[in-house]
Design a protein around this ligand. Structure first.
Ligand SMILES: Cc1ncc(COP(=O)(O)O)c(C=O)c1O
Length: 283
């Protein structure tokens, strides 16, 4: 069952118009979230990011945060799922022709709940192999601060990574500093410090990124958010990627060379365990 503008309907009935601006222009937003034992981890933060992003792109969401929270749980329940992948999409809906915003906007709100995808064990046990891709993230663009429906750069980045035999693509910004991977934020561990590109560098303000930053001090890891050079990644002791679905995934190879020892390190394992405990405590 799909949540579609206030109702739960069978998948075949959840259809948007060919004039929907999400379809025509990528004009909309989305959130991907994970439910553990019936509880959606950091749901409020996800919805806050959604509303904040909506403000940035002048998209009036015709529901309150509380109503969307209830809608997410109703979707989970209607699909009899406890551990699940959730996606909430808000498109600007149909508009008059052209780019001008519709005078009477009627956004479409869609929530999908599915069983969790199976991620390869190898990712967690051996780590991901990444390459730095040609596609750059625009650090000054609004698109880099919101989770919009414009994922073509990330899609091209993933394609390039796959063509080069890698699991992931790492994107730099125009100044050559690290930003993130195609669907994840990136962290480095070097000399007892946890480093991640500052939001000014142009990564998505990830909810998992925020959670990891909050968890680090208890693990005696000092956190630094700043511009990070590619050479610092190549010389890091450890690196890992984060997102809400995959959680904490070690990154052990970049451009064919090992990161640190070329296998998941102690710091990454400690962060992954702390994240699992945070989930456990929450659900
Ligand atoms: C481009 C990009 N960066 C980072 C993330 C991680 O965000 P979060 O931790 O909120 O899932 C995602 C999630 O899908 C993403 O698409």
């Amino acid at each position: 069952m799909i949540y579609f503008n206030g109702s739960l309907v069978p998948e075949e009935e959840a259809k948007v118009s060919v004039f929907d601006r999400g379809f025509l222009y990528g004009d909309g937003l989305f959130e991907t979230m994970r439910a553990y034992r019936g509880k959606v981890f950091r749901l409020e933060e996800h919805l806050q990011r959604l509303f904040h992003s909506a403000q940035i792109i002048s998209l009036p969401i015709p529901k309150t945060l509380k109503e969307l929270e209830e809608a997410v749980y109703a979707t989970l329940k209607a699909n009899k799922l406890k551990d699940a992948y959730l996606r909430l999409t808000v498109s600007r809906g149909e508009g008059e022709r052209g780019l001008d915003l519709p005078l009477s906007p009627r956004p479409n709100i869609i929530i999908v709940a599915k069983p969790l995808p199976h991620y390869p064990k190898r990712w967690y046990e051996e780590g991901l192999r990444a390459v730095v891709v040609k596609e750059r993230r625009e650090k000054d663009s609004a698109l880099s601060r919101i989770k919009s429906l414009n994922y073509l750069p990330n899609i091209l980045a993933k394609l390039e990574a796959k063509e080069k035999g890698a699991d992931e693509g790492i994107m730099l910004n125009r100044d050559g500093y690290l930003t993130e991977a195609t669907v994840s934020n990136i962290f480095l561990i070097s000399q007892g410090k946890l480093l991640t590109p500052s939001l000014k560098s142009g990564p998505l303000p990830g909810i998992t990124r925020k959670t990891v930053i909050e968890l680090a001090p208890a693990l005696k890891l000092e956190v630094s958010e700043r511009e990070i050079k590619l050479s610092e990644l190549m010389e890091a002791e450890e690196a890992f990627l984060t997102n809400s679905l995959r959680e904490v995934v070690p990154l052990t190879q970049v451009n064919g060379g090992p990161i640190g020892q070329g296998r998941p390190g102690k710091g990454t394992k400690a962060i992954a365990q702390a994240y699992s405990r945070a989930v456990e405590d929450d659900s």
